[in-house]
Every structure is written in structure tokens, then in C-alpha cells.
Write a protein that binds this ligand. Sequence first.
Ligand SMILES: [Zn+2]
Length: 395
Amino acid sequence: MASPVSSRRVATLVSALVGVLSFVVLRTPGIGYGECENQPVPGTMEILTDYPPTCGLTELKPKEVDDVRVFAYNQKGGWCWSNSGVVYSVKRNEVTLIDVLTDPKQTEKLLQQVDKALPGAKLKTLVLTHCDVDHIGGFQLVQNMVEEVYAAKGCEDAMKAFYQSRMGVKVKLLHHAWRILDNPLTRRAFGGGDTVPRWLAKIAMAPLFDPFAWDKVSSWREISQGKFVTSELQGQRLTINEHVTLITVNVSSHSDHDLVAEVGGVRFVGDILFNGITPLIWSGTIHDALRVADDFGKNWDGFIVPGHGAIQHSFQKPFETSAGYWRNLLKVYEDKGQSEFTVSVLQLLPSVYRKWEDPERTLINLWVHELYENNPGAKVNKLGLIAKYMSHRPL
Ligand SMILES: [Zn+2]
């Protein structure tokens, strides 16, 4: 039987622990605290003097267009800090929106800026460059406003999977768990060092996601009442609303349903291009990514709005730069053969690519490439790979 003294000690210890945990939980911000303005601009981003990276709407001045105004909504890049596009038909007083943002909070800011720049304009159409969470999370705000939603085939399934995944609940749990664990004392207990052990890496993903208000994203029950993708494109070019041409990317690389929206002298290319940030493939091999970069680097003269990072122009040859990365990465993979890739492999890349923001994402590209090389029909476990990457990158 426990002595009264030791019972009292245990009770004191438990209440102290509860006190510390409550303090940690209460003093840390909840999820959804992220502000674009607080994001750093990667030093390796290619910047056009007239179109520096900003947080908000910038009107582009392409030469070719008449009766239409084109804007990019920029967010400095990085995990989930994606870009959108706004095309305004002067004659029709209608807006075509290209992608929404990661959560309702960021998307609300986007819509407010559209309202301010184009008062009274009707939001008629939504185009989705692909259906990763950072391009669809604010969908609920426009779902019942737009008449049409265009995307490439495969997007609707990805959207449904996201809404059925209850991401808000998961991110909230991860957020609080990581806030409690992330301190020097526990870090030492978990083995020290600059990285987290593999078993803890899933929780350590929290800082990537918790700046966004996933908990404000509508439930599947709510969202399933309204429309989703109304027109799915497959292997085609289609001009909508007189001005906007949609071009499906017929090779899976970043996703298996990427789409480019072109209007006048501007191309919104989604995540087949990143600016100054290590790009990612989730749905294809390095060969596929190289093919996409080579294809879209040709026969185009004008602005290019990447999925993440500052606005570019074809004279900067962004797709050629991207192709250079994929070509060098393929060489790294072929030289290394089948092996357990770790950060040391990054040293084999030319320094220009190692300096890009988030260089450890290159490991994800090698893992995905290896997976599809060995099993072309495989299904990528994105969160599993992000957790694995977290155990390789500095905290
Ligand atoms: Zn993205």
C-alpha cells in the first residue's frame, strides 16, 4: 500500500504537470495564425523589378489582351503559401478565379481584394490548376457563388478525399501535441540533435500546417450539398469565357490532374512550377517532371505565374531552370542507384539548386521517383512521406 507521503508526491507531480501543459496549450496560438506578411521571401526567388513578391493582388500588364484585366494574387511561396489568379472580363463584368487559397481565412482576404479592385464584378467561374489542399481549402467561400468549376480529370476525386479526411481535427491534435513536445528538455530526451527521430516526425509536421485555419474548413457533410467540379477536362485545350484557355498537362508529375490557365500574355501554371523553392512531384517520376518542364518551356512568350513564389516572365526561362533541376536530380538518382537517400545526397546537386528554399524536399522527389520506378501503379502516401522528410530536415 502506498504511503500518504508518496501519494501526496504523485498528486503534486501530476498537478504540476497538468499546470505546465495547460500553460503551454493556453499561451500558444491556436491553428490558423499564419499571415502572409510574416513570411520571409526566399533569397533565391527570381524577381521581376515591376512585380516583386508581395501579399495580395497585382495587376499584370500583358500586351496582347483587350477587354480583359489580369491579376495575380501572390503569397511569397513555401508550404501552403500558394498563388491565385483573377481574370476580369470588362465587357461582361465577370471574374474568372484561378484557384482559391489554403483555408477560408486566406481566401477571404483574396476575395476582399478582388471586391476592392473590381467593385460590383460577378464571380462567375472557378478554375482549379489542381486539387491539392493549398489550392482548394477555401472552396466553401465560392462554392455557391460561381456558376462553373473547371478542372482536369482527377481533381474532383482529390477534392472529395480532402473533405472526407477531417484535416481540421488532425491538424488541431498535431498542433497541440507538438506545442507540448517542442522544447529543449523534451528534445534532449528524444535524442537531441537538429532533427526529430522518425517516430516523432509525424507530430513534428505540425508547424507546416498549423498556420492555416483548417478547423474553419467546412465538413464533408456541408460541402457535399453543393457543386464540385462541373466540367472535367481530359487531354484538351478549351477556351472559356472568351478569354481564358485551359490546357491540361497530360503527364502526371506534381499531380495526376495538373492544368494550366492561359489568358492573353499570362500563364497560370499551378504547381508544375515553383520559383526559388524546391519543387515537388507526387504523381510521377523525375522523367515525367522533366518532360512537363521541357514542354511548357517551349513556345511561350509572356508572364508565368507559378503555383508558389513570385511572378515570372518567359525571358527568365523559369521552366528551363526547373528542367535543369530535374535533369541533375535524375543523374543523382542514377549515380546513387537504389539506396536509402539522406540529406548527404543533396551535396551531389549543383549549388544553385541546393540553395532553393526547403532543399530537403529533394528527398521526397527521390523517394517518389524510386517508388514509381519500382511500381508504376503505386499510390503515394503524402503525409507519410512528409513525416519522413521532417525527420531529415532541421527543426
Ligand atoms: Zn501548391
